[in-house]
Design a protein around this ligand. Structure first.
Ligand code: SAM
Length: 435
């Protein structure tokens, strides 16, 4: 397989980026940026919202002519859309060779060689894959940040969410396995690890809890930064907060999706906490880590969301002043409880769009004020590479997860440096290296 060229397109969350790197490693193929040069083309998909679904289909359409020109090119779909629609995809897309669910990545090499030998189109969407974590991700030389998966699937049952259906129930990765992968990445030059899982802080194994995982990772030599995402509010425990406070490598930024500020909506979503409980949890975290910054996710237009409910979300936004937020219009997903609500509970799409615009405008104001307030401060930055927009600048992130660009020598890659903030923009900071 060694000389094969792989082109892979990725949609969705960090979990999918991680899976893309696992696919690259599983196939031991050479990644290419041009699908026309590829022997294998894969679209790794996300099913969280309908739009993401559609993107995957239109993306696959692009490869029809490549396959028509060279029938030996193998075209596949992986990820959550693959899991959701299974063999229907083979019927719908005649130039597709395989459909691979997110749990089936370890089976990919066999699938490819079967297709090559027998020219048989394949669907692999089984949940019962042994050695779920067997394939580790491809690591690009020189990269100083990396994800490590600690968990697959999800045991929560948020009524809007398709994840448990497409990624199965929660399976936690053994502690030793996580530490081994982390250490191996650190030995390759990685200095910052982000542990990933759908509800990462519900991780547990053999009596160990998430706080113990953080403490164990804190013992790894040369690992300078530990992040994790996505945390679930109800799984924030004293043990976890204590570990976040005690382990110096833990970054002081937490992504904690709240979804709504209305208790009525939270109940409809089956989020299992109230607004008051969420606020109290953030307060407990900030008591332990006073400079902690928090970002969140919000869903607008969940069925039955009234003007009053939306106002409660806005009042929570004002109360919490989140560092940043990802906000989405509710998208009904097949097979979820929230897709079954009656029509009169559906929020008018124009009204939902107007609410989303209002919320996002408010968030922009807050984020930009917070960034401006950093001017004059000295931040510690892990240098990740050149700035995307200007190769004259280096780019890294602060402890609080803000992007900070500054001029400096490329030798600083992978180092943690001090940078004085000179400008606060909406999506990033600019600064000057402190020598
Ligand atoms: N597992 C994480 C959790 O529950 O917090 C993250 C799941 S998802 C990849 C990221 C975000 O997408 C969620 O926090 C939620 O705000 C949003 N989302 C999930 N399902 C959605 C839906 N049906 N419609 C709109 N947004 C959705």
């Amino acid at each position: 397989m060694g000389t094969k060229q792989l082109y892979i397109e990725t949609y969705g969350c960090q979990m999918n980026e991680y899976d893309t790197d696992r696919i690259k490693n599983a196939l031991d193929a050479e990644p290419t940026d041009d699908p026309k040069n590829a022997d294998i083309i894969i679209v790794n998909t996300c099913a969280i919202r309908e739009k993401a679904d559609q993107k995957a289909f239109s993306s696959l359409g692009k490869y029809k002519s490549i396959k028509a020109n060279d029938p030996n090119v193998i075209v596949g779909i992986s990820g959550c859309v693959a899991q959701l629609y299974g063999d229907k995809l083979l019927k719908k897309i005649p130039h597709l060779d395989f459909v691979l669910g997110p749990r089936a990545i370890p089976k990919l090499p066999d699938i490819i060689s079967n297709i090559e030998r027998k020219k048989r189109r394949t669907v692999e969407t089984s949940y019962d894959i042994e050695e779920l974590f067997e394939v580790e991700p491809y690591h690009q030389e020189g990269k100083v940040t990396a994800f490590v998966s600690v968990q697959q699937g999800c045991n929560k049952r948020c009524t809007y969410c398709i994840v448990p259906k497409v990624r199965g129930d929660e399976v936690n990765r053994p502690l030793d396995d996580i530490l081994r992968e982390t250490t191996s990445l650190v030995n390759k030059g990685v200095r910052e690890i982000t542990f990933i899982g759908q509800t990462v802080n519900s991780w547990k194994e053999n009596g160990y809890k998430f706080g113990d995982l953080i403490r164990a990772a804190g013992e790894i030599e040369d690992l300078n930064r530990i992040r994790f995402t996505t945390s679930y509010p109800r799984d924030i425990t004293k043990r976890m907060i204590d570990a976040m406070r005690d382990v110096p490598q833990v970054c002081h930024h937490l992504h904690l999706p709240v979804q709504s500020g209305s208790n009525k909506v939270l109940k409809g979503m089956k989020r299992t906490y109230t607004r008051e409980w969420y606020v109290d949890t953030i307060n407990r975290l900030k008591d332990a880590i006073p400079d902690l910054t928090v970002s969140t996710d919000i869903i607008i237009g969940f069925p039955g969301e009234s003007d009053q409910d939306f106002e409660e979300t806005m009042s929570l936004m004002r109360e919490m002043e989140f560092e940043s937020s990802y906000s989405f219009k509710f998208s009904p997903r097949p097979g979820t409880v929230a897709a079954e609500y009656s029509e009169d509970e559906t929020v008018d799409p124009d009204l939902a769009s107007a609410r989303l615009t209002e919320l996002q405008a408010y968030q922009k104001e807050i984020t930009s004020t917070k960034n401006k307030n950093r001017v004059g401060l000295i931040e510690k930055v892990l240098v990740e590479g050149e700035s995307r927009n200007d190769p004259e600048f280096l780019s890294g992130r602060t402890d609080h997860n803000r992007i900070l660009n500054f001029k400096g020598s490329k030798d600083l890659l992978g180092k943690t440096v001090k940078v004085k903030v000179t400008e606060g923009l909406l999506n990033s900071l600019r600064g000057k290296l402190v020598v």
